[in-house]
Design a protein around this ligand. Sequence first.
Ligand code: SF4
Length: 356
Amino acid sequence: MSDSHILRNDADVRAVVDNVCERGDIALPELDLLLRTDDRPSVEYLHAKAREVAQSVYGKQVYMRGLIEFSSHCRNNCNYCGLRRANRGLPRYRLTDEVILQCCRQGYECGMRTFVLQSGEDAYYTDERLCRLVGRIRAEFPDCAITLSVGERPRESYRALRDAGADRYLLRHETADRHHYGVLHPGEMSFDRRMQCLHDLRDLGYQVGAGFMTGSPGQTTATLFSDLQFIKSFKPEMCGIGPFIATRNTPFAQEPSGTVEMTLRLLSIIRLLHPHVLLPATTALGSLNPFGRELGIKAGANVVMPNLSPEVNRRQYNIYDGKICLGDDITHCRSCLEQRIRSTGYELVVARGDFK
Ligand code: SF4
């Protein structure tokens, strides 16, 4: 029996899943099959295998990251993002250090031991300002991890922030395919610079988070294959995968959004290729399906990211349209998430949730 025959039969999808799991690698035709098959039991098998692998490393624990969206100003113009600078209709804000610290205090009360400080690429945040903020959080919460998600900066800036107390850094690579990067971003942005930043962060000792959207314009099975190869070789400690969601006032406003189904399959595949990765069930997943985050956990994810930003600002941080949990206070969010996670047979834990 030839390989091509094997890969055309749904009955053999399970064998492919086993094979991918065993090798910790995937070939392009195997990826194609796993993304295309409509054989439900096989897809369930893929998710079950991913759960098994996740549990072998992290047990049935799900970690919380308290997200603080502290500035919606951005100098960039990414084609998919509602915060892009050309979106003049969006009211912009910056939180003061005091408000940010207050968000951390509320999150800490609710059991969060990781704070994710996220913003657009905002030039107001010089190294001096950002280091001062990180230093204040570090001093007040010595037992917590501080994650930054503030975009591309010079290596020296990453170094200063690391010295100030930041532990982790999220910078989605967006796509590992150079041409596709050019579809998603304006010409002024550089694929090479993005990759260089990721390597700088790694060199400086951060736990690094990469990631990409599923179903973004121009994405193909081949570009996804490049993403998976990148994840396999770079081995980010975290990997954020969420569906592309078409957003008004962006060049992609009329494009079809990505799907929950495709995202779940990719979460599972990534878990098989990189068993130790910290994998969030993203809010974007929950925005497309009321049970998206639960499905994400059942597909092998092990992190959730409740929003600690003040309620008045959440609507203004409009990376994409239709975002959920815009009006819920953090105590409500925490108990809602706790119930949701428990319903999947997992447990939300109070822990930094470092990479193992
Ligand atoms: S994705 Fe990030 S860098 Fe790009 S426009 Fe949005 S906030 Fe700015």
